[in-house]
Design a protein around this ligand. Structure first.
Ligand SMILES: [Zn+2]
Length: 173
């Protein structure tokens, strides 16, 4: 059976997966909905930052991100608005049946915790150490990050203060 891409939000089948793309997409209807959540002024503000930055909504779905984020964390490949944070960043745990945020591993996801905390309390979090494992090309890498979160209206801004990748040893699979 060919692999399919599904809308991360409503589950709609978006067709066969193109080579090199992930299993998650966002259908045009859902993307329009998420686009409306990213206020233009906030998007402009993201571009003034010297670091990769993204905005997530209350469900921790990415509604905006800056050019720096696109270049440095997305390999220059534009991502649809509305993906869950881990889907957006290519986290391996997002590929589990429980999806991003639902697996046991997600319980100690520092990015998720920082964003959820800021959402709940309104208080910023600073230089939180986080990591995730993802594929970059054919290589499995561990991405180590320091992130800061701020509440912006109903949304949370996540700034990646620094990041570096560590190659994972190859697995025979
Ligand atoms: Zn959809």
């Amino acid at each position: 059976m060919p692999l399919r891409t599904l809308c991360s939000s409503c589950g709609k089948d978006l067709g066969p997966r193109e080579a090199g793309t992930g299993p998650f997409g966002v259908c045009p209807n859902c993307e329009e909905h998420f686009n409306r959540q990213s206020v233009q002024d906030m998007v402009k503000f993201l571009e003034t930052l010297a670091h990769p930055a993204l905005l997530v909504n209350q469900d921790l779905r990415v509604v905006a991100y800056n050019e720096n984020c696109l270049r440095n964390l997305c390999n220059g490949t534009p991502q649809p608005k509305g993906l869950l944070g881990g889907e957006f960043l290519g986290c391996q745990n997002a590929l589990l049946p429980e999806r991003c945020g639902g697996s046991v591993a997600c319980l100690d996801c520092a990015i998720r915790q920082a964003a959820a905390q800021t959402l709940r309390t309104g208080k910023p979090q600073r230089n939180i150490r986080a990591h995730l494992t993802r594929m970059e090309g054919n290589r499995k890498v561990r991405l180590e990050l320091l992130v800061s979160t701020d509440k912006l209206g109903d949304l949370v801004q996540i700034i990646v203060n620094s990041f570096f990748t560590v190659m994972e040893p190859p697995t025979s699979a």
